[in-house]
Design a protein around this ligand. Structure first.
Ligand code: ADP
Ligand code: ZN
Length: 528
């Protein structure tokens, strides 16, 4: 018969068109779906907006049985199920928000074989009675959404995801698909290991977002003023501004409104109803600015966001790409602008130090912070740096970020760096950054005989105070210096010993961005 002659992927394409209204598969969708339809496991890493959900929704409709989707957020499940039901798909969810009557009806449909897709939370799914009941139900696919939550290397770690590894033995023969938008090589290994996907084919899409125009600049002076300037230069456009605290979102939004910009604050401390209202207002506006903490994010899909400004830097390169990636979803040019400083980096390290996790995890998280700041403060194409970080090979410079288009000229400051490093060494980690600069310039107030007697006292008179401040900041970003938090009055000491030695031996050059023209006259506060 005709149906039988249809290849599985043709049946899938048919559903893509008839049920979802799309004419063709995008990117790696077809390959992922083919793998599942052949009954095999897979791991798919597709960027946000890459169409991950169809990768499991379609196999669930093509194959006989119930498709189970494990998802970490009730809001995401609710949205997806609502959209599916609207398209005429037999989908439902079982989470803590579902009332008993609806729950009973869902179970009835499951047991009658009427349901094609069921969304569950990991902790909900792994309850023994739930697994028992599902054991009697034929399954088409086990999909694990946001699979990076299983990895403790990332920032979204959810311990309950670890239990999902048991699905391999509980449901042998049911193809399992892990999908995520953010997984570097290490996280991918973790997903494979924890979710028992050892032999699974891996599909990693390109993370290129050619519509994104990226830039980053060090915080200098008043950050709020700088953000107002950036927004004022982009009138009548929608944007998202990420800020590091709830208070900051409120004060920034207020300052923007005073300046005549329709801005809203959004954070987890707001009443649920207020949040929903603001989200709706933002989604519907032609031009609105949302000033938010990272509570604003997953599942927000406004196609015409023209800029994302980080008033405070993100937590990692993964977070950066996800957050900046909320701009330009319509494929039209959009900007990602990040403001960052050494104090932000120090704060990130402090947060990690305070976490109640293994030492190894802390080290990895610390490395992620360092990688983020190396990218932000670096001299290489930003888009290329991010894509390489995600494991893409053969990546070329984007040609449009501030580095690619900028006059980023570098100067060799290895000798000055050696001076700063030996000063930090001689001062023995007892002083803050400002004091180290004073020492280099020989300008320490009421200097002690001990300090004045050090060989590094006043050896830095060839550079100005702002230049030394810039250089010490860069040395922090490169991990050559490090800051001990010391209860908010950070003390500067030497960083990675191996790297510091390499600089002293002249094996590692320290390159600095040439300061912009006129920067000196303005006391180092100028910018491009
Ligand atoms: P992700 O979960 O990867 O961020 P979604 O699955 O939500 O992405 O899909 C993002 C958007 O792309 C949705 O609006 C979806 O309808 C659309 N989409 C997905 N696949 C296709 C396709 N093959 N053709 C056209 N649009 C698609
Ligand atoms: Zn570039």
């Amino acid at each position: 018969d005709v149906e039988a002659a249809l290849r599985p992927i043709d049946a899938a394409r048919d559903i893509l068109r008839r049920t979802f209204g799309h004419s063709e598969f995008r990117g790696l969708q077809a390959s992922v779906i083919e793998e599942i339809l052949a009954g095999r496991n897979a791991l798919a890493v597709l960027p946000t907006g890459g169409g991950k959900s169809l990768c499991y929704q379609i196999p669930a409709l093509v194959r006989p049985g119930l498709g189970l989707v494990v998802s970490p957020l009730i809001a995401l499940m609710t949205d997806q199920v609502a959209a599916l039901v609207q398209s005429g798909v037999a989908a439902a969810r079982l989470d803590s928000n579902v009332d008993p009557a609806e729950r009973a009806e869902t179970w009835r449909r499951i047991e009658a074989g009427e349901l094609d897709l069921l969304y569950v939370s990991p902790e909900g799914l792994m309850q023994p009675w739930m697994l028992d009941r599902l054991a009697r139900t034929p399954l088409s696919i086990l999909a694990i959404d946001e699979a990076h939550c299983v990895s403790q290397w990332g920032h979204d770690f959810r311990p309950e995801y670890r239990m999902l590894g048991r699905l391999a033995e509980l449901f042998p023969g049911v193809p399992r698909l892990a999908v995520t938008a953010t997984a570097d090589a290490r996280t991918r290994d973790d997903i494979r290991h924890e979710l028992r996907l050892e032999g699974a084919a891996e599909f990693v899409a390109s993370f290129a977002r050619p519509e994104l125009i990226l830039s980053a600049e060090r915080k200098r002076g008043n950050v709020e003023k700088r953000v107002l300037e950036l927004v004022a230069a982009r009138p009548e456009r929608s944007g998202v501004i990420y800020a590091g605290s709830r208070d900051k979102t409120e004060s920034l939004a207020a300052a923007l409104r005073t300046a005549g910009v329709p801005a809203l604050a959004y954070h987890a401390g707001l009443d649920k109803r207020v949040r929903a209202e603001r989200l709706e207002e933002f989604l519907e506006a032609d031009a609105a600015v949302m000033v938010a903490t990272i509570a604003f994010g997953m599942g927000v899909d406004k196609p015409d966001v023209r800029f994302v400004i980080h008033a405070d830097p993100p937590a990692s390169i993964e977070a950066y790409w996800q957050e900046v990636g909320r701009a330009g979803r319509d494929g039209e040019p959009a900007e990602g602008i990040t403001l960052y400083g050494a104090a932000d980096m120090a704060w990130a390290f402090r947060r990690i130090a305070e976490r109640d996790v293994d030492e190894g995890v802390k080290q990895t998280q610390g490395r992620k912070v360092r990688q983020l700041y190396a990218m932000l403060d670096g001299v290489n194409c930003r888009a290329a740096a991010v894509r390489r970080y995600f494991g893409e090979e053969g990546v070329e410079a984007c040609g449009q970020c501030d580095i690619c288009t900028g006059e980023v000229e570098t100067i060799d400051v290895t000798v000055a760096a050696q001076k700063a490093l030996s000063a930090a060494h001689r001062l023995g980690g007892r002083f803050g950054r400002g004091r180290v600069v004073d020492h280099l310039l020989g300008k320490t107030k009421d200097v002690s005989d001990w300090e004045a007697g050090l060989s590094t006292w006043g050896i830095g008179q060839d550079l100005s105070a702002p230049q030394w401040r810039d250089l010490t900041e860069q040395l922090l970003f490169e991990g050559l210096l490090k800051e001990d938090p010391n209860d908010g009055r950070p003390l500067v000491g030497l960083g990675d010993a191996e790297a510091v030695r390499a600089v002293f031996r002249g094996e590692r050059a320290v390159l600095m961005r040439k300061p912009p023209e006129g920067a000196e006259a303005k006391g180092g506060r100028g910018r491009k």
